[in-house]
Design a protein around this ligand. Structure first.
Ligand SMILES: CNc1ncnc2c1ncn2[C@@H]1O[C@H](COP(=O)(O)OP(=O)(O)OP(=O)(O)O)[C@@H](O)[C@H]1O
Length: 167
């Protein structure tokens, strides 16, 4: 099983709530919008991974203590656990987003998140994450590798969870 992260930096511009998304330029989910993120490296905690991936992909510096855990997403492919994704959000970061070979960053209004250009499951959990809730979800895909070409089958979502045992 793969362990991965997503990070959603937030800001308020003259009363408009925005979230930093990336257009993924290569690898899993290429061409789709998502948050900065990626796979855990050996010895890394999810929080450390989210900080590193956000720095590598869009150049923002985040103090790990400023990340708020928002979701745990259990992605299953053909009945097997495929990816466990830890989702964080923060309003505290340093720097300006810049593009990298992996990602093109874009601030978008929370009201205008392009769900039709994202993973099919994102519309089920990201609105709650952007509304400040905590969620745990299980999402089942069928049709074999790669995951981003499999079909989304069904899901279960729990809101108001706590992540007290976080590493
Ligand atoms: C199934 N539904 C899904 N919905 C939303 N997000 C999903 C996802 N499944 C994976 N993700 C995220 O996608 C990124 C993969 O990125 P990443 O590990 O960089 O993949 P990639 O193949 O490019 O790997 P390398 O760059 O070689 O490490 C990573 O943030 C991961 O949390």
């Amino acid at each position: 099983m793969i362990e991965a992260t997503l990070c959603f930096p937030r800001r308020d511009v003259d009363g408009t709530e925005e979230v930093l998304l990336i257009e993924k330029r290569r690898g899993l989910g290429e061409g789709w919008y998502n948050g900065p993120g990626g796979k855990l490296e050996a010895g890394e905690t999810p929080r450390e991974c989210a900080v590193r991936e956000t720095r590598e992909e869009v150049g923002l510096e985040i103090d790990p203590a400023d990340l708020e855990k928002a979701a745990e997403l259990d992605f299953r492919l053909d009945g097997e656990r495929h990816t466990l994704c830890h989702v964080f959000r923060t309003r505290t970061f340093a720097g300006e987003p810049r593009p990298s070979p992996e990602a093109r960053p874009e601030w978008v209004a929370v009201e205008a998140v392009p769900y039709d250009r994202m993973w099919e499951d994102d519309r089920l959990w990201l609105p709650a994450v952007l509304a400040g809730e905590t969620v745990a979800g299980e999402f089942r895909f069928v049709g074999g590798e790669p995951l981003d070409e499999a079909d989304f089958a069904d899901h279960a979502l729990e809101r108001g969870v706590s992540f007290a045992d976080e590493r």
